[in-house]
Write a protein that binds this ligand. Structure first.
Ligand code: PLP
Ligand code: TYF
Length: 396
């Protein structure tokens, strides 16, 4: 039976890490996968996380099953982080949240919930978007349409194309929106553009699905939620899939959440009962550790302040690396203007390097970036930037 099965293609991003690991060169650099590295090139456990784990070791008394929706306190602190503790949504119980395995698991639960409980069978995603979106949504049974987003010629957002494409969406269809730090382009909507998108979703009765994987990596934890909060203030119903892989450094704990918002508490609870049914059919209930870490940190004012500081540190280091990267390219004699990289948000930069240049970087110089030219700036350090820039100068 199995001998009939054909080989699946490698994941374009995770497959790159596999190839990187096999590369024997000493001075190789992995700028493929979006994983934060500190100045010494490590991906450390955050101090706030270590302290929370120490506390959990003392206070945890049982490993019995969680409810389908996960750690209750976690679901409360997630809503406060998304919408603000004083928001109408939180105060009036207009949202319901389930802990889920990472941003990926949250997106999959959200998509299956919509497919199984609404007339909506189509999702609109930005062109380009994170490669795994296509996999997740088609596996859930959604068909995928693209809306214009990135304009390669100007290295900026083509908002007119985005609006024109979404004008042709039908009532009830899903629109995937990156909450902040768009992956892969690093280009986000302005406050004014978010307001226009909110009005469009309202007037065309579209269902926004926010993928919010980088809260705190753009302008700040609160600042980065402004797009979501703008849309949530206008549309009656939406879904959020958020992740703590990056902003808590909890990549391998698989911790995220799916949050459903509706116009009244009774509707939310009915919808949420179906979200729980979706979860039950997938993995019954989530693992506890990540949810306990995040809820321990966010419910303790001192640990939360420490975490906010640590996120600020990561964000600032990436911004510094963007500037140093641009300056070093110039110093290496690169004439092309790369200053647009300093305006991009989050871990990634769309460099404009083409496939052949990306291939040369890998083969000749051991520098791994995604085929689209996406560079993980979060993997740059003061010590590898000279090597990276020298190589880029050579392939340009
Ligand atoms: N959404 C986007 C835009 C991402 O870049 C990622 C990256 O990891 C995810 C979702 C998935 O997050 P997780 O690793 O928590 O599943
Ligand atoms: O885009 C990235 O690099 C991160 C990590 O299948 C990632 O979002 C990449 C691919 C994948 C899962 C996570």
């Amino acid at each position: 039976i199995f001998s009939q099965i054909s080989q699946a293609p490698a994941d374009p991003i995770l497959g790159l890490t596999d190839a990187f690991k096999k590369d024997p060169r000493q001075d190789k650099v992995n700028l493929g996968v979006g994983v934060y590295k500190d100045e010494s090139g490590q991906t450390p456990v955050l101090k706030s996380v270590k302290l929370a784990e120490a506390k959990m070791l003392e206070t945890e008394t049982s490993k019995t099953y969680l409810g389908i929706e996960g750690v209750q306190l976690y679901n409360k602190v997630v809503q406060e982080l998304l919408f603000g503790a004083d928001s109408k949504i939180v105060k009036e119980g207009l949202a319901a949240t389930a802990q889920a395995p990472g941003g990926t698991g949250s997106l999959r639960v959200a998509a299956e919930f919509v497919v199984n409980n609404t007339a909506s069978k189509t999702i609109w995603v930005s062109k380009p978007t994170w490669a795994n979106h296509q996999n997740i949504f088609s596996a859930a049974g959604l068909s995928i349409k693209e809306y214009g987003y990135y304009d390669a010629a100007t290295q900026s957002l083509n908002f007119d194309a985005m609006m024109a494409d979404l004008q042709s969406a039908e009532a009830g269809e899903l629109v995937l929106l990156h909450g902040c730090c768009h992956n892969p382009s690093g280009i986000d909507l302005s406050a004014e553009q978010w307001a226009v998108v909110a009005d469009l979703c309202l007037s065309k009765q579209l269902l926004p699905l926010f993928d919010f994987a980088y809260q705190g990596f753009g302008d700040g934890i609160e600042e980065d939620a402004q797009g979501l909060r703008t849309v949530a203030a206008v549309v009656p119903e939406l879904i959020v899939a958020n992740s703590f892989s990056k902003n808590f450094g909890l990549y391998n704990e698989r911790i995220g959440a799916v949050t459903v918002v509706a116009q009244d508490a009774a509707t939310v609870q009915k919808a949420f009962s179906q979200v729980k049914r979706t979860i039950r059919a997938n993995y019954s209930n989530p693992p506890a550790h990540g949810g306990l870490i995040v809820s321990t940190v966010l419910s303790d004012p001192e640990l939360k302040a420490l975490w906010v500081n640590e996120v600020t540190g990561m964000r600032q280091r990436i911004a510094e690396m963007r500037q140093l990267f641009v300056d070093t390219l110039k110093a290496e004699g690169v004439e092309q203007d790369f200053s647009f990289i300093c305006g991009q948000k989050g871990m990634f930069s769309f460099s404009g390097l083409n496939k052949a240049q990306v291939e040369r970087l890998r083969e000749e110089f051991g520098i791994y970036i995604v085929g689209s030219g996406r560079i993980s700036v979060a993997g740059m350090t003061k010590s590898n930037i000279p090597v990276i820039c020298k190589a880029i100068a050579k392939v340009l």
